[in-house]
Design a protein around this ligand. Structure first.
Ligand SMILES: NC(=O)c1ccc[n+]([C@@H]2O[C@H](COP(=O)([O-])OP(=O)(O)OC[C@H]3O[C@@H](n4cnc5c(N)ncnc54)[C@H](O)[C@@H]3O)[C@@H](O)[C@H]2O)c1
Length: 247
Protein backbone atom coordinates (compact mmCIF):
# COMPACT_ATOMS: atom_id res chain seq x y z
CA UNK A 1 0.00 0.00 0.00
CA UNK A 2 1.35 3.47 -0.87
CA UNK A 3 -1.29 5.93 0.28
CA UNK A 4 1.08 8.91 0.37
CA UNK A 5 2.83 8.76 -2.98
CA UNK A 6 3.50 12.33 -4.11
CA UNK A 7 2.26 13.75 -0.80
CA UNK A 8 4.05 16.04 1.64
CA UNK A 9 3.42 15.55 5.36
CA UNK A 10 4.48 17.78 8.23
CA UNK A 11 4.82 15.75 11.43
CA UNK A 12 5.42 17.33 14.85
CA UNK A 13 6.98 15.27 17.62
CA UNK A 14 8.87 13.37 14.91
CA UNK A 15 11.91 12.57 17.08
CA UNK A 16 10.23 9.96 19.27
CA UNK A 17 7.34 7.58 19.90
CA UNK A 18 4.18 8.06 17.83
CA UNK A 19 5.61 10.95 15.78
CA UNK A 20 8.74 9.04 14.79
CA UNK A 21 6.72 5.94 13.88
CA UNK A 22 4.30 8.09 11.84
CA UNK A 23 7.19 9.65 9.90
CA UNK A 24 8.52 6.14 9.29
CA UNK A 25 5.14 4.81 8.07
CA UNK A 26 4.34 7.80 5.86
CA UNK A 27 7.75 7.77 4.16
CA UNK A 28 7.41 4.00 3.63
CA UNK A 29 4.18 4.77 1.79
CA UNK A 30 5.76 7.39 -0.46
CA UNK A 31 5.49 10.69 1.44
CA UNK A 32 8.11 13.33 1.85
CA UNK A 33 8.01 14.17 5.55
CA UNK A 34 9.03 17.40 7.26
CA UNK A 35 9.67 16.48 10.90
CA UNK A 36 9.54 18.99 13.73
CA UNK A 37 10.68 18.43 17.30
CA UNK A 38 12.52 20.19 20.10
CA UNK A 39 14.93 17.22 20.25
CA UNK A 40 17.57 17.88 17.57
CA UNK A 41 19.55 14.70 18.36
CA UNK A 42 16.42 12.56 18.04
CA UNK A 43 15.58 14.17 14.70
CA UNK A 44 19.11 13.47 13.44
CA UNK A 45 18.65 9.75 14.18
CA UNK A 46 15.35 9.71 12.27
CA UNK A 47 16.97 11.60 9.43
CA UNK A 48 19.75 9.00 9.17
CA UNK A 49 17.14 6.27 9.01
CA UNK A 50 14.72 7.83 6.53
CA UNK A 51 17.14 9.58 4.16
CA UNK A 52 16.12 12.07 1.49
CA UNK A 53 12.39 11.70 2.06
CA UNK A 54 12.82 13.23 5.51
CA UNK A 55 13.83 16.77 6.32
CA UNK A 56 13.70 18.22 9.83
CA UNK A 57 13.65 21.35 11.91
CA UNK A 58 14.45 21.48 15.64
CA UNK A 59 12.63 24.13 17.67
CA UNK A 60 10.09 24.62 20.43
CA UNK A 61 6.57 24.52 18.98
CA UNK A 62 5.38 26.98 21.61
CA UNK A 63 7.07 29.62 19.44
CA UNK A 64 4.44 30.96 17.00
CA UNK A 65 6.93 32.62 14.67
CA UNK A 66 9.06 29.49 14.45
CA UNK A 67 5.96 27.39 13.64
CA UNK A 68 4.97 29.71 10.80
CA UNK A 69 8.55 29.78 9.47
CA UNK A 70 8.77 25.98 9.56
CA UNK A 71 5.60 25.59 7.51
CA UNK A 72 7.04 27.99 4.91
CA UNK A 73 10.32 26.08 4.88
CA UNK A 74 8.50 22.77 4.45
CA UNK A 75 6.57 24.14 1.46
CA UNK A 76 9.76 25.59 -0.07
CA UNK A 77 11.63 22.33 0.44
CA UNK A 78 9.00 19.87 -0.82
CA UNK A 79 6.79 22.08 -3.04
CA UNK A 80 3.53 22.05 -1.07
CA UNK A 81 1.73 20.52 1.88
CA UNK A 82 -0.93 17.76 1.97
CA UNK A 83 -0.97 16.45 5.54
CA UNK A 84 -0.26 17.87 8.98
CA UNK A 85 0.10 15.37 11.82
CA UNK A 86 0.14 17.36 15.07
CA UNK A 87 1.69 14.80 17.42
CA UNK A 88 4.16 16.59 19.75
CA UNK A 89 3.08 16.50 23.36
CA UNK A 90 4.21 16.47 26.98
CA UNK A 91 2.68 15.23 30.21
CA UNK A 92 3.55 15.92 33.84
CA UNK A 93 1.91 14.44 36.92
CA UNK A 94 1.20 16.52 40.01
CA UNK A 95 -1.34 17.13 42.70
CA UNK A 96 -3.27 20.06 41.31
CA UNK A 97 -2.19 22.25 44.22
CA UNK A 98 1.47 21.71 43.25
CA UNK A 99 1.17 22.81 39.60
CA UNK A 100 3.28 25.94 39.17
CA UNK A 101 2.87 28.46 36.40
CA UNK A 102 5.81 27.11 34.39
CA UNK A 103 4.31 23.62 34.33
CA UNK A 104 0.84 24.85 33.40
CA UNK A 105 2.32 26.95 30.53
CA UNK A 106 4.47 24.04 29.34
CA UNK A 107 1.56 21.60 29.16
CA UNK A 108 -0.82 24.05 27.49
CA UNK A 109 1.93 25.47 25.28
CA UNK A 110 3.18 22.20 23.79
CA UNK A 111 -0.10 20.24 23.62
CA UNK A 112 -2.37 23.08 22.52
CA UNK A 113 -0.63 26.33 21.49
CA UNK A 114 1.94 24.63 19.25
CA UNK A 115 -0.79 22.63 17.52
CA UNK A 116 -2.73 25.83 16.93
CA UNK A 117 0.25 27.74 15.51
CA UNK A 118 1.19 24.95 13.11
CA UNK A 119 -2.44 24.56 12.04
CA UNK A 120 -2.92 28.28 11.48
CA UNK A 121 0.18 28.48 9.29
CA UNK A 122 -0.65 25.29 7.35
CA UNK A 123 -4.27 25.93 6.40
CA UNK A 124 -3.65 28.22 3.38
CA UNK A 125 -1.33 25.56 1.89
CA UNK A 126 -3.66 22.65 2.72
CA UNK A 127 -6.46 24.48 0.90
CA UNK A 128 -4.35 24.54 -2.25
CA UNK A 129 -4.11 20.71 -2.28
CA UNK A 130 -7.31 19.52 -0.55
CA UNK A 131 -5.17 18.48 2.39
CA UNK A 132 -5.96 17.43 5.93
CA UNK A 133 -4.87 17.67 9.55
CA UNK A 134 -4.72 14.90 12.14
CA UNK A 135 -4.39 16.11 15.72
CA UNK A 136 -3.30 13.67 18.40
CA UNK A 137 -5.55 14.01 21.45
CA UNK A 138 -5.77 11.39 24.22
CA UNK A 139 -8.24 9.41 26.31
CA UNK A 140 -7.32 12.17 28.82
CA UNK A 141 -9.33 14.57 26.65
CA UNK A 142 -12.49 12.59 27.34
CA UNK A 143 -11.93 11.41 30.94
CA UNK A 144 -11.44 13.33 34.13
CA UNK A 145 -8.02 11.94 35.04
CA UNK A 146 -6.55 12.67 38.46
CA UNK A 147 -3.04 14.06 38.92
CA UNK A 148 -2.81 15.30 35.30
CA UNK A 149 -5.29 18.18 35.36
CA UNK A 150 -3.39 20.53 32.96
CA UNK A 151 -2.85 17.67 30.47
CA UNK A 152 -6.57 16.76 30.58
CA UNK A 153 -7.47 20.41 30.07
CA UNK A 154 -5.15 20.67 27.06
CA UNK A 155 -6.29 17.41 25.45
CA UNK A 156 -9.97 18.26 26.00
CA UNK A 157 -9.26 21.54 24.23
CA UNK A 158 -7.55 19.68 21.38
CA UNK A 159 -10.73 17.66 20.84
CA UNK A 160 -13.02 20.65 20.66
CA UNK A 161 -10.51 22.73 18.69
CA UNK A 162 -10.53 19.92 16.11
CA UNK A 163 -14.31 20.08 15.83
CA UNK A 164 -14.32 23.89 15.62
CA UNK A 165 -11.68 23.85 12.88
CA UNK A 166 -13.66 21.24 10.95
CA UNK A 167 -16.72 23.49 11.06
CA UNK A 168 -14.82 26.61 10.04
CA UNK A 169 -13.72 24.80 6.86
CA UNK A 170 -16.82 22.65 6.35
CA UNK A 171 -17.56 24.33 3.00
CA UNK A 172 -14.03 23.73 1.71
CA UNK A 173 -12.57 20.32 0.92
CA UNK A 174 -9.93 20.23 3.66
CA UNK A 175 -10.48 17.80 6.55
CA UNK A 176 -9.53 18.21 10.22
CA UNK A 177 -9.73 15.18 12.54
CA UNK A 178 -8.21 13.82 15.72
CA UNK A 179 -6.98 10.46 16.95
CA UNK A 180 -7.29 9.85 20.69
CA UNK A 181 -5.01 7.04 21.89
CA UNK A 182 -4.97 5.43 25.30
CA UNK A 183 -1.78 4.44 27.12
CA UNK A 184 1.14 3.41 24.88
CA UNK A 185 4.69 2.30 25.52
CA UNK A 186 6.69 5.38 24.55
CA UNK A 187 9.18 7.72 26.23
CA UNK A 188 6.21 9.70 27.54
CA UNK A 189 4.96 6.84 29.73
CA UNK A 190 8.42 5.41 30.44
CA UNK A 191 9.43 8.78 31.99
CA UNK A 192 6.12 9.33 33.76
CA UNK A 193 6.74 10.05 37.44
CA UNK A 194 3.66 10.65 39.58
CA UNK A 195 3.95 12.04 43.09
CA UNK A 196 4.66 9.27 45.61
CA UNK A 197 1.57 9.90 47.71
CA UNK A 198 -1.11 9.50 45.01
CA UNK A 199 -4.09 7.20 45.55
CA UNK A 200 -3.38 4.25 43.18
CA UNK A 201 -6.99 3.02 43.32
CA UNK A 202 -8.05 6.13 41.40
CA UNK A 203 -5.40 5.51 38.74
CA UNK A 204 -6.58 1.95 37.96
CA UNK A 205 -9.45 3.39 35.92
CA UNK A 206 -7.00 4.85 33.38
CA UNK A 207 -5.28 1.59 32.53
CA UNK A 208 -8.41 -0.20 31.28
CA UNK A 209 -8.99 -3.90 30.68
CA UNK A 210 -6.61 -4.27 27.76
CA UNK A 211 -3.47 -2.64 29.15
CA UNK A 212 -0.84 -0.60 27.32
CA UNK A 213 -0.42 -0.60 23.54
CA UNK A 214 2.45 -0.07 21.15
CA UNK A 215 2.65 3.31 19.36
CA UNK A 216 1.99 1.65 15.99
CA UNK A 217 -1.66 1.21 17.03
CA UNK A 218 -2.05 5.00 16.99
CA UNK A 219 0.10 5.36 13.88
CA UNK A 220 -2.23 3.06 11.92
CA UNK A 221 -5.18 5.28 12.84
CA UNK A 222 -3.29 8.52 12.08
CA UNK A 223 -2.21 7.27 8.65
CA UNK A 224 -5.69 6.01 7.82
CA UNK A 225 -7.21 9.33 8.88
CA UNK A 226 -4.63 11.26 6.84
CA UNK A 227 -5.25 9.13 3.74
CA UNK A 228 -7.97 9.30 1.11
CA UNK A 229 -9.54 6.23 2.74
CA UNK A 230 -10.94 8.62 5.37
CA UNK A 231 -12.32 11.09 2.80
CA UNK A 232 -15.70 11.20 4.56
CA UNK A 233 -14.18 12.11 7.95
CA UNK A 234 -13.93 15.66 9.16
CA UNK A 235 -14.46 16.74 12.74
CA UNK A 236 -14.11 13.07 13.75
CA UNK A 237 -12.38 12.03 16.96
CA UNK A 238 -11.20 8.43 16.62
CA UNK A 239 -10.50 6.67 19.94
CA UNK A 240 -7.72 4.09 19.78
CA UNK A 241 -7.67 3.12 23.44
CA UNK A 242 -8.69 -0.52 23.84
CA UNK A 243 -12.16 0.48 24.96
CA UNK A 244 -10.94 2.70 27.80
CA UNK A 245 -13.38 5.52 27.07
CA UNK A 246 -16.27 3.24 26.10
CA UNK A 247 -17.26 2.72 29.72
N1 LIG B 1 2.18 7.58 25.23
C1 LIG B 1 0.91 7.60 25.65
O1 LIG B 1 0.51 6.81 26.52
C2 LIG B 1 -0.07 8.56 25.03
C3 LIG B 1 -1.44 8.36 25.26
C4 LIG B 1 -2.35 9.23 24.69
C5 LIG B 1 -1.90 10.27 23.91
N2 LIG B 1 -0.57 10.45 23.71
C6 LIG B 1 -0.14 11.57 22.88
O2 LIG B 1 0.60 11.08 21.79
C7 LIG B 1 1.48 12.11 21.32
C8 LIG B 1 2.87 11.53 21.15
O3 LIG B 1 3.38 11.15 22.41
P1 LIG B 1 4.40 9.92 22.57
O4 LIG B 1 3.75 8.96 23.45
O5 LIG B 1 4.93 9.52 21.25
O6 LIG B 1 5.53 10.64 23.45
P2 LIG B 1 7.07 10.93 23.18
O7 LIG B 1 7.55 11.60 24.39
O8 LIG B 1 7.74 9.70 22.70
O9 LIG B 1 7.02 11.97 21.95
C9 LIG B 1 6.65 13.31 22.12
C10 LIG B 1 7.56 14.17 21.25
O10 LIG B 1 7.17 15.54 21.40
C11 LIG B 1 8.36 16.32 21.44
N3 LIG B 1 8.18 17.61 22.09
C12 LIG B 1 8.00 17.83 23.41
N4 LIG B 1 7.96 19.15 23.66
C13 LIG B 1 8.14 19.78 22.48
C14 LIG B 1 8.21 21.14 22.10
N5 LIG B 1 8.11 22.11 23.01
N6 LIG B 1 8.40 21.43 20.80
C15 LIG B 1 8.52 20.44 19.87
N7 LIG B 1 8.48 19.13 20.18
C16 LIG B 1 8.28 18.81 21.47
C17 LIG B 1 9.32 15.45 22.23
O11 LIG B 1 10.67 15.85 22.08
C18 LIG B 1 9.03 14.08 21.67
O12 LIG B 1 9.85 13.75 20.58
C19 LIG B 1 1.40 13.22 22.36
O13 LIG B 1 0.56 14.25 21.87
C20 LIG B 1 0.77 12.55 23.56
O14 LIG B 1 0.10 13.45 24.38
C21 LIG B 1 0.35 9.62 24.24
Amino acid sequence: MARFTGKVALVTGAASGVGRATARQMTSEGANVYGIDIDADGLAVVSDELGEQFCSDAFDIRDREACHKAVETCVDRFGGLDVVANIAGVVRSHHVTDVDEETWRLIMGVNLDGMFWITQAAIPYLKQRSGNIVNVASNAGFMGQAYTVPYCAAKGAVINMTRALAMEFIKSDIRINAVAPGGMNTAMTENWSPPEDIDPTIMQTYIGYRGMAEPETAVNAICWMASDEASRCTGSILSVDGGLTAA
